[in-house]
Write a protein that binds this ligand. Sequence first.
Ligand SMILES: Nc1ncnc2c1ncn2[C@@H]1O[C@H](COP(=O)(O)OP(=O)(O)OP(=O)(O)O)[C@@H](O)[C@H]1O
Ligand SMILES: Nc1nc2c(ncn2[C@@H]2O[C@H](COP(=O)(O)O)[C@@H](O)[C@H]2O)c(=O)[nH]1
Length: 198
Amino acid sequence: MQGPRPVVLSGPSGAGKSTLLKKLLKEYEDVFGFSVSHTTRQPRPGEVNGKDYHFVTREDMQKEIDAGEFIEHAEFSGNMYGTSKGAVQAVQARNQICVLDIDIQGVKNIKRTDLNPIYIFVQPPSMDILEKRLRDRKTETEESLLKRLTAARVDLELSKEPGLFDLVIINDDLEKAYSELKKMLLEEIKKAEESRKS
Ligand SMILES: Nc1ncnc2c1ncn2[C@@H]1O[C@H](COP(=O)(O)OP(=O)(O)OP(=O)(O)O)[C@@H](O)[C@H]1O
Ligand SMILES: Nc1nc2c(ncn2[C@@H]2O[C@H](COP(=O)(O)O)[C@@H](O)[C@H]2O)c(=O)[nH]1
């Protein structure tokens, strides 16, 4: 039997990817492992280096990219983000299903690799609600917020490409969205639990 597939969550900034992911990682802490990305953006209050992200300088990240240490990387809202080979290997070494939270450029780049994940797009109920959630989160400057909203409009159009995503979840009611996520991942969860028993 084929092992469980990794999972990619993508969607506009503020759509609720981290919120859904945190619920999944809490309920299935042995089953799923988060791929800790690198970023050149500043940490937000409460974010932990090495847990939420590897916070690095642009210079250091570029060096690692040039050395071939990244599976994918992208520029988003004025900062660099990327998934290192080491981030994915660390999760796989723990025998967990690797979950990536990446933007849509990352999705397109991962499609060129042999990772073969399940691709899930988390969509906000509307642009107005997305803006309200991002403003209420109080993590962005006005400039960064506007950049993220512009990127969101583009992402929502790009996400319509047939076959790009295996599932689109509209994150209106959080519990409903989370149930849809779990339903999609049920087979992979079963496979992971079986392989952990043997
Ligand atoms: N279904 C929901 N209903 C109401 N608020 C929500 C819902 N889902 C998430 N939120 C809130 O919306 C905000 C954005 O969510 P979150 O940070 O998870 O988004 P994200 O997609 O991970 O964003 P980013 O890509 O910027 O990291 C958070 O404050 C979160 O608490
Ligand atoms: N292509 C990649 N995108 C990534 C990665 N890690 C995070 N992201 C995406 O960046 C934006 C902004 O994140 P934020 O934490 O600054 O709000 C969001 O869409 C993430 O999905 C990555 O390694 N590669």
